[in-house]
Design a protein around this ligand. Structure first.
Ligand code: FE2
Length: 328
């Protein structure tokens, strides 16, 4: 397995690159905008294909590299379902799996630092975002943070994982890079409490200054996705137009979502399923020259990217559903 930890010394952020091996699909967690070229270089050097990037929550101390990586590599951007609308192209629920070639991550909803904070469990390790830090925990005083929620996320979820589970946080300010559940249980000073009330008392009296980047980073990070206008500009159509067009025999309706998403919300009638990460291969293999393609996905971002992707194939016409299925 390929597992790399990057460090951004300006925001003290850790970013993780994961893949099951050379030549295979890769995933990045919590990328920093200024470092995206560094990640892409390594992805290329190791002959990997970046297909998914995840943010554990809306960060307040740095601008996320999600949008830049999406624009440069056409990868899928992912956050938990509590993230603000339309930030990413795919949202996951608590306990849902995120898959790349040979690797599964399980999303764990761990609110408290923010109300959209998720952790991601991968076999013997867990990416804890700012919920659980090494000998610390993420502050709970902005972005709908709540020390009681965080207490539950810590004591009812993360600390119930096996003690030998490795912890990889989104930040460290003291030079440590990895810990374990067992070490944190025993030695993390914030976790040596007997009740949620006691924990909240600690968290409510930290009196920390706001992060320097907060006023810039939070709005920017809430705006990473393709807005409606950008979606429209990429051959975007309404649902009514989609229905009209798809009555024609030469029209192919393509659902770009993953099987896990289709399980949550079924595909439109008469459509075929081509998961977004397999689109290039599909367009290369199938003879679609005389067809009109209509793409759709969850929020309209993957389908907009599919319009860009399909431009290098000789297809008669391509459209996509603005706002995706979640908007219907
Ligand atoms: Fe944070």
């Amino acid at each position: 397995m390929i597992f790399r930890q990057f460090f951004d010394s300006i925001s003290s952020t850790y970013t993780y690159l994961i893949s099951s091996g050379h030549g295979r699909e890769a995933l990045i967690i919590d990328p920093v905008l200024e470092k995206t070229d560094q990640y892409i270089n390594l992805v290329n050097q190791l002959n990997l294909r970046l297909v998914k990037v995840i943010d554990t929550h809306i960060h307040a101390d740095h601008i996320s590299g999600l949008a830049d990586l999406r624009d440069k590599t056409k990868c899928i951007t992912i956050m938990g379902e509590h993230a603000p609308a339309d930030v990413v192209s795919m949202n996951v629920k608590d306990n849902e799996k995120i898959s790349i070639e040979n690797i599964d991550l399980t999303a764990l909803y761990t609110p408290g630092h923010t109300d959209d904070s998720y952790s991601f469990l991968m076999n013997d390790r867990v990416f804890t975002g700012d919920t659980l830090l090494i000998k610390g925990t993420g502050r709970t005083d902005f972005q709908n943070g709540n020390p009681y929620d965080q207490y539950n996320s810590l004591f009812d979820r993360l600390l119930k994982l096996p003690e030998e589970t490795f912890i990889y946080p989104a930040h460290d300010y003291k030079g440590e890079s990895v810990s374990t559940i067992g070490e944190e249980k025993n030695f993390n000073p914030r976790l040596q409490v007997n009740s949620a009330q006691e924990y909240a008392l600690i968290m409510n009296n930290l009196n920390l200054a706001n992060p320097k980047m907060m006023d810039i980073a939070v709005p920017e990070n809430k705006n990473l996705g393709f807005n409606r206008q950008k979606q429209k500009n990429l051959n975007g159509i309404s649902y009514d137009r989609l229905k009209n067009l798809s009555e024609n025999d030469e029209v192919l309706l393509i659902d770009l979502r993953e099987p896990t998403e289709i399980k949550k919300k079924p595909s439109l009638l008469n459509s075929i399923n081509v998961p977004y990460s397999g689109l290039q291969e599909y367009l290369r293999k199938e003879k679609l020259i005389n067809k009109t393609l209509i793409f759709y996905c969850a929020v309209g971002e993957r389908s907009a990217l599919a319009i860009q992707t399909s431009q290098s194939y000789q297809i008669k016409q391509t459209y996509h559903l603005v706002g995706g299925l979640n908007n219907l």
